[in-house]
Design a protein around this ligand. Structure first.
Ligand code: GUN
Length: 283
């Protein structure tokens, strides 16, 4: 029988744990964790993400601020807002929703975020610390993937984990975290020869490429755990992942649905990191 890895249930558990932690922090030190989200322009995907982040803050007792800037805002203006929030004591976590408009240098903006407030785990210092296994903010989507696997009883150690996609947000950090959990890791990408040969031997297959139904039943190993980090809209406007869910379902051992899987975990882990940032500020 195939297990549906329940992102709704597991993300709700994480948010309940965070809410309890927020209460405790408030009672013990009078500090309310605060998150600031900057969104530039009106990318439809980003707008939904940011709305969900605000909703999760309200659910967990985290103070939240949304800063909406027009698509034609200058890089300088965006950077000055980042610097202002870096210095704002009410704000413990700060993120700039990606993607940014083309005229803005994304790397420069990420680099401007105070490392202690980098709850997305995107700054070079955070990424470096993650790579060498030092204390850091783990990036929310890959961290959410690990927690989904752990809380669904999927063993990671010793398993062949194959990742499709090498983005800085999903593929590369997911590889690092799976490696730290003692999987044997392969990263596949657009230049990989014979993708199906790799995916077909994966005990754990993580996919984040942004192409609906990219992974079909003939490409997966029987009994594998499939983690679908894709969020796409199909021809009917429905939200779907990168995996042909119905097609692979009977063959695999466990699978995350879209929606109801990885996306919810990204937001839950952001709440987790914001609480962590506030706790660190309290000591
Ligand atoms: N765009 C897509 N996912 C994310 C995320 O986790 N954080 C930010 N800042 N932007 C994103």
């Amino acid at each position: 029988m195939t297990t549906v890895i329940d992102g709704r249930k597991i993300s709700a558990e994480i948010k309940a744990e965070v809410a309890a932690g927020v209460e405790k922090l408030k009672a013990e030190s009078g500090i309310t964790p605060g998150l600031a989200v900057i969104i530039v322009g009106e990318d439809p995907g980003s707008t939904i993400y940011v709305r969900n982040k605000e909703k999760a803050c309200a659910e967990t007792g985290i103070y939240s601020e949304k800063h909406e800037l027009p698509a034609d805002v200058s890089e300088e203006e965006l950077l000055s807002l980042v610097y202002r929030l870096n210095d704002d004591p009410k704000i413990h976590g700060l993120l700039v929703q990606l993607p940014l408009p083309k005229h803005i240098d994304e790397d420069k903006v990420i680099d401007a975020i105070e490392v202690k407030k980098d709850v997305d785990g995107f700054t070079p210092v955070n990424v470096g610390n993650m790579l060498i296994g030092k204390e850091c903010f783990l990036p929310c989507t890959p961290h959410g993937i690990i927690v989904l696997l752990q809380r669904s009883g999927v063993e990671i150690a010793g398993k062949d984990a194959v990742i499709v996609g090498r983005s800085n947000i999903v593929g590369k950090p997911a590889a690092v975290l799976l490696l730290q959990n003692n999987a044997t890791v392969t990263i596949c990408h657009s230049k990989t020869k014979d993708l199906a040969a790799h995916t077909g031997r994966a005990d754990i297959l993580v996919v984040g490429i942004g192409q609906p139904k990219m992974i079909t039943a003939d490409m997966v190993k029987a009994g594998a755990a499939i983690v679908d980090a894709g969020i796409n809209r199909n021809e009917e406007g429905k939200v779907v992942g990168d995996v042909d869910y119905d097609g692979v379902f009977d063959k695999v051992g466990a699978i995350t649905p879209v929606p109801g899987g990885v996306g919810l975990m990204t937001v839950a882990m952001l709440m987790f990191n914001t609480l962590e940032a506030a706790k660190r500020a309290a000591v």
